[in-house]
Design a protein. Structure first.
Length: 244
C-alpha cells in the first residue's frame, strides 16, 4: 500500500480542524490546515499558518483578487501585455485572478516557502491554482520577495507589484519582512517598477503611516481601497504609482 500523503483526508488529528502538513522551512514553521466550513458550504476551507500566525485561507478571497484587479485598473489601458510580480503565492487567489485576465503578460510569483509551492503543485491548493500554474505566462520564482526586489529584479522589470506576504505593513510574519516597508525596501519596489507602474500592497487593516511612507518614498497617487469583512476592520489594498 502506498504511503498516505500529508494532505490526504485521513491525515491530521481531528475532524473540525486538521493539520494536513507541517514543515520547518527556511524561515520557521509553516503549516497547511483544513477546516470544516459548516453546513451549506461548498467544500473544506484550507488555511496557511506561519510560525503559529494565521496568514490566509480559502474562505473568501475578495481582497486577494482586488489586489490584482486594482493594480491592473491603475495601469494605462493601452499598455500592452503588462508584467506583474505577485508576492507571495499564498492560497493562490491572486495568481488565479491574474491568469484569468488575458490583458496581463508575464505573471511572476515570488514564493520563498518550498512547502507552499508543493501544496499548489501536488496538494489540495491545486484546486485554486492548477489552471493558473499551467498558463504559459506564469513563472514561479522560488525566492524571497525582499531579496528578489533588492538583488535579482532588473530595473523597471515589472509594470505592477502585487504584494501579500504579511498581514500588512504593521503586522509582519517575520522580522526580515520589516525591511520591505522601510525606505530602502520601498526604494527597491520603486526601482523594480517601470515608469507609470503600480505598487499594490495587501493589508489586514488600514495603515496611515504606510500611506505616508509611500509618499515619502517618491510614489504618486497614493490611495487605499477597502474590502468590508464580516467582523472587525476592513481588509485594504494600498496603491501607489511610480511617476512616468
Amino acid at each position: 500500500m502506498a504511503p498516505v500523503p500529508p494532505w490526504h483526508p485521513t491525515a491530521g488529528p481531528g475532524p473540525a480542524v486538521r493539520t494536513l502538513d507541517r514543515r520547518e522551512g527556511p524561515y520557521g514553521e509553516v503549516a497547511l490546515r483544513q477546516r470544516d466550513p459548516g453546513a451549506g458550504a461548498a467544500g473544506p476551507v484550507y488555511e496557511i499558518i506561519a510560525n503559529g500566525c494565521f496568514l490566509m485561507d480559502t474562505s473568501d478571497g475578495r481582497s486577494e483578487r482586488l489586489l490584482v484587479d486594482a493594480a491592473l485598473a491603475a495601469l494605462p489601458p493601452d499598455r500592452p501585455a503588462p508584467s506583474v510580480l505577485i508576492g507571495g503565492l499564498g492560497v493562490g487567489f491572486s495568481l488565479a485572478r491574474a491568469a484569468a485576465e488575458p490583458r496581463w503578460g508575464r505573471i511572476a510569483v515570488a514564493e520563498r516557502e518550498p512547502a507552499v509551492i508543493d501544496w499548489h503543485r501536488a496538494g489540495p491548493l491545486s484546486a485554486v491554482s492548477g489552471p493558473a500554474l499551467a498558463d504559459p505566462r506564469t513563472e514561479i520564482l522560488a525566492t524571497d520577495l525582499v531579496a528578489h526586489l533588492r538583488e535579482e529584479a532588473a530595473p523597471g522589470a515589472y509594470d505592477a507589484l502585487c504584494l501579500d506576504i504579511d498581514n500588512g505593513p504593521d503586522w509582519t510574519v517575520t522580522e526580515d519582512n520589516d525591511s520591505l516597508y522601510s525606505p530602502a525596501g520601498l526604494a527597491a519596489c520603486r526601482a523594480a517598477l517601470a515608469p507609470g507602474g503600480v505598487l499594490a500592497v495587501w493589508s489586514a487593516q488600514p495603515s496611515p503611516a504606510f500611506e505616508k511612507a509611500l509618499a515619502n518614498a517618491g510614489f504618486a497617487g497614493v490611495r487605499t481601497e477597502e474590502i468590508p469583512v464580516a467582523r472587525g476592520v476592513p481588509d485594504v489594498v494600498h496603491l501607489a504609482l511610480r511617476a512616468a
